[in-house]
Design a protein around this ligand. Structure first.
Ligand code: ZN
Length: 484
């Protein structure tokens, strides 16, 4: 996913392969084949928050540029499955996605990694299919498929020729309820997961540092763990553990079906009724998330001889559209732009152009999360610049906005930047399904995407000041130093 979108902070980030996703996310198979780039980690790099912004804008552009297209439609089946259809008839292809509203956020202590391990096992057989048959059937039908797990949701998708939609629905509805994994497949796949953990986390110093930052930023909260899980937890997970998680959370009333592309809502409704409607709803365990504890360790440092250059990370715990202080969410999105959105941004101007303390600086914030979110700044110090000086300069810029605010012109430029930095994706079918699916999986209303541009437009300079003040006073802040 997210291929072909321009990195928001392109001006300051060296060319990268694809776009990072800020939240631990892992695509697990057929990576090259599906054209999906995986964040080198279960962790992201940067520039990603913007991805989300860009995707939403992409959507907006889509609506403007494709005015002849039908708008999206949503409906629910009797068993609670939410269905979103986004017709577009320019290409005879369809994206079919199932989103389960579960991920690492639902894992219990000692059982981390279970959501992601289950995602792998979803390809290992059902009453109807043997291990591997799901994907080979999709490939035989001219499509490709993949899946990913995050804290908040787990999604499975297939991009297929229109005529294969019914086949895909047969298979995906089957594994919503009939997962049947042979013990030996589960054992073998655990080694695959452990290898994935080694390559993306253990052998990646930046990913390890970011994991350490999260552990402090979200102590006591499910977001403190990595999505891929603690190694010993993964080693100890049994097939029974995984099946219990599957039976608890994989149900139509805890899922969203998104179909975009060359279909009509009627076609999707008929097929959904045929294949998904007979799957019974379940009682889904009500999540009980503890409050994250106040941050106590504000600095984490990681030295690794494979690190090529120093890198600084400043993370603040910040509200999302679903959390306390949610009114800060849209102002924080624009503040991120004003602080780190390209060469005209405050941090770039001050730290790179004027003080020459940094050679790269980016800010990142995503407003969408089930729980709380985070606001982050990443910088590469210039030769001879020390971490602390750079960190103080960053804090100084935030404090300056908290005290003096921003100009109307500066805010208008940030709003324009959010819109103009989007380029049209060739991959938009999948992106649109992703945008709508993510919003729905994050418990946001169906019109969230449509209202997004208006919410951005409505942000005032006073709200930017308040958002900067929020960060300046945020005691839940963790700084990370990555060094050789
Ligand atoms: Zn994986």
């Amino acid at each position: 996913m997210r291929i072909g979108l321009k990195n928001h902070n392109q001006g300051v980030i060296p060319a990268q392969a694809g776009i990072h996703n800020h939240r631990p996310i892992s695509y697990c198979k057929n990576l090259e084949a599906s054209g999906i780039w995986i964040p080198a980690g279960v962790y992201p790099g940067f520039g990603a928050g913007m991805t989300k912004v860009c995707l939403l804008l992409l959507c907006l552009l889509w609506h403007f540029s494709a005015h002849a297209e039908e708008a999206y439609q949503t409906f629910n089946l009797k068993n609670g499955l939410e269905v979103i259809v986004i017709p577009n008839h320019r290409i005879p292809a369809v994206t079919h996605m199932i989103w389960y509203k579960t991920g690492a956020i639902n894992e219990k202590p000692g059982k981390t990694g279970i959501a992601h391990y289950l995602e792998h096992l979803m390809f290992k057989g059902t009453g109807l299919t043997k291990a591997g048959e799901f994907s080979s059937a999709i490939a035989r039908n001219g499509g490709h498929d993949n899946a990913f797990t995050t804290y908040d949701y787990t999604a499975y998708f297939q991009v297929i020729p229109k005529e294969s939609l019914e086949k895909v629905m047969t298979l995906e509805s089957d594994r919503m309820v009939n997962l049947k994994v042979p013990e030996n497949e589960a054992v073998n796949e655990k080694q695959v997961v452990l290898e994935e953990r080694r390559s993306r986390l253990e052998n990646n110093p930046k990913a390890r540092l970011l994991a350490d930052i999260r552990a402090e930023l979200y102590k006591g909260y499910p977001y403190a763990n990595t999505v891929i899980g603690v190694k010993s937890d993964i080693e100890n997970l049994s097939l029974n553990d995984v099946m219990n998680f599957y039976h608890a959370y994989y149900a139509p009333n805890n899922a969203i079906l998104v179909v975009s592309g060359d279909v009509t809502p009627e076609e999707v409704r008929n097929l959904a009724e045929k294949y998904y409607a007979n799957i019974p709803a379940r009682d889904i365990p009500k999540p009980v998330w503890p409050e994250a504890q106040p941050v106590q360790k504000h600095l984490v440092t990681l030295h690794d001889k494979t690190v090529k250059q120093n890198e600084l990370f400043v993370y603040f715990r910040a509200p999302s559209v679903n959390s306390k202080d949610k009114e800060m969410a849209f102002p924080l999105l624009l503040l991120s732009e004003i602080l780190g959105g390209g060469p005209t941004s405050r941090l770039y101007q001050d730290l790179i152009t004027t003080k020459k303390q940094a050679v790269e600086i980016n800010s990142y914030y995503s407003e969408i999360a089930l729980g709380t979110s985070e606001f982050a700044i990443q910088a590469i110090p210039a030769a001879g610049a020390d971490f602390k000086t750079l960190e103080n300069s960053i804090d100084g810029e935030i404090a300056a906005i908290a005290k003096g605010g921003v100009t109307a012109e500066e805010l208008a430029r940030a709003k324009n930047l959010l819109e103009s930095e989007v380029i049209y994706s060739h991959d938009s079918l999948r992106s649109l399904a992703f945008i709508y699916g993510e919003a729905a999986a994050s418990n946001l209303p169906a019109d969230y995407v449509a209202k997004w541009p208006g919410n951005i437009e409505a942000v005032t300079p006073a709200e930017i000041t308040a958002a900067a003040k929020y960060l300046a006073e945020d005691k839940n802040k963790v700084t990370g130093y990555l060094a050789p």
